[in-house]
Design a protein around this ligand. Structure first.
Ligand code: SF4
Ligand code: SF4
Length: 293
C-alpha cells in the first residue's frame, strides 16, 4: 500500500477491546452506513448517513452540535456526554457523531494497543459498504512488521458479491456472516434486500477458508430459519467443521418501530430451534445465546 494513502472511513464507534467480535481480544471499528434496512436492527442510527437536516441540534443539552455556514452539522466531541438524545430524535436513522479516520490513523491506534490484541474486526452498519478502506487498512496491518500477526476480520450481512470478496480475501483472515432468513421474500421483508448474495457469500468464504462464523437470527413467527430447517441444516453441513455457528435470539434492545410489538425469542423457544437444527447437523457445535434480555 502507498504509505501516503489518505483513504478515510466514516466511523460511528471504536472499541479498543472486545471479546465478542471474533476470536480473542479485538479492536473493533463500527463503520457508519448499511445497505440493509432491517426491521429488527438493534442500532438503527448506524443505517444512514446524516443529511444535515439539523433536527437534532436543539435536543443536545451541552451544545455539542452546531450548524456551520455551509449547512453542515458539526459535532464537538469534547462537549459531548454521549447522552444519545440526538440519535433518539433522528428520524433518518443517522447519527451526527461520526468521525473520519484515515487508514494511517487506525493503524497507529492498533499499534498503541497491539500488545493486548489478537486482531482487528471491521463491523457496522455494514462494514463492506466501505470496502476500499477495509482493503487498504488490512493491507497496511499485514505489511507492518509489528502488526502482521494480528488477524483481520469482517463482520458482514453477506450482501457483498463474490467479485468484491475476491478483492479483499488476500488480506482477510475471517468473516462472520449473518443469515436472517432463508426464503427470499421473508428476507426482503425483514431487511429490505434480497438474500440472493448472502448464501453464495457463505459458500464462497467457506470454499476459500475465510468463513469464521455463520449467525442465524431466530425471530419467533417472523423469520423462517425454523420452518426451513432442512435446507438451513444442509447448508451448515456443507461447511468445514472449523466454521462456528451461532444462534441469535431476537430481543427488543435498541429496536424501534413495529418490531417492538413482536414476541421476543425466549430461552425455551431458542432451545426448540436449537433442537430442530441439532437433530440435523450431527456433531457440529451450535452456540446458544448467553443472555436473554
Ligand atoms: S443526525 Fe439525523 S437529525 Fe441530526 S442532522 Fe443528521 S439526519 Fe438530521
Ligand atoms: S450524544 Fe452528545 S451530541 Fe448527542 S445530544 Fe447527547 S451530548 Fe449532544
Amino acid at each position: 500500500m502507498d504509505e501516503r494513502s489518505n483513504r478515510q472511513a466514516l466511523v460511528s464507534r471504536i472499541l479498543t477491546f472486545s471479546c465478542v467480535d471474533g476470536p480473542g481480544n479485538r479492536l473493533v471499528l463500527f463503520l457508519q452506513g448499511c445497505n440493509f434496512n432491517c426491521i429488527t436492527c438493534h442500532n438503527p442510527h448506524t443505517i444512514n448517513h446524516c443529511n444535515h437536516c439539523g433536527d437534532c441540534i436543539a435536543t443536545c443539552p451541552t451544545a455539542a452540535l452546531t450548524m456551520d455556514e455551509r449547512g453542515k452539522v458539526l459535532w464537538h466531541e469534547a462537549q459531548c456526554t454521549n447522552c444519545d438524545k440526538c440519535t433518539d430524535v433522528c428520524t433518518h436513522n443517522a447519527n451526527p457523531r461520526i468521525k473520519r479516520y484515515t487508514v494511517m490513523e487506525i493503524r497507529e491506534l492498533v499499534r498503541m494497543h497491539r500488545f493486548f490484541l489478537s486482531g482487528v474486526t471491521v463491523s457496522g452498519g455494514e462494514a463492506t459498504t466501505q470496502l476500499p478502506f477495509i482493503i487498504e487498512l488490512f493491507a497496511a496491518l499485514k505489511s507492518d512488521p509489528e502488526l502482521k500477526h494480528l488477524t483481520c476480520f469482517i463482520d458482514s450481512n453477506g450482501h457483498l458479491p463474490q467479485s468484491a470478496w475476491e478483492k479483499v480475501s488476500h488480506c482477510l483472515d475471517g468473516a462472520m456472516i449473518d443469515l436472517k432468513s432463508w426464503q427470499n421474500d421473508t428476507h426482503r421483508w425483514l431487511t429490505g434486500r434480497d438474500n440472493h448474495r448472502v448464501i453464495p457469500s457463505i459458500k464462497y468464504l467457506a470454499r476459500v477458508g475465510k468463513l469464521h462464523e455463520v449467525r442465524l437470527l431466530h425471530i419467533p413467527g417472523k423469520s423462517d430459519l425454523d420452518t426451513e430447517v432442512e435446507p438451513v441444516a444442509e447448508l451448515l453441513n456443507s461447511l468445514p467443521d472449523t466454521v462456528q455457528v451461532k444462534l441469535n435470539a431476537f430481543q427488543h434492545h435498541g429496536v424501534v418501530g413495529e418490531a417492538l410489538d413482536w414476541e421476543k425469542c425466549s430461552e425455551a423457544e431458542m432451545n426448540r430451534f436449537h433442537q430442530l437444527l441439532a437433530a440435523r447437523t450431527g456433531d457440529r457445535r451450535l452456540t446458544l445465546p448467553r443472555v436473554y434480555l
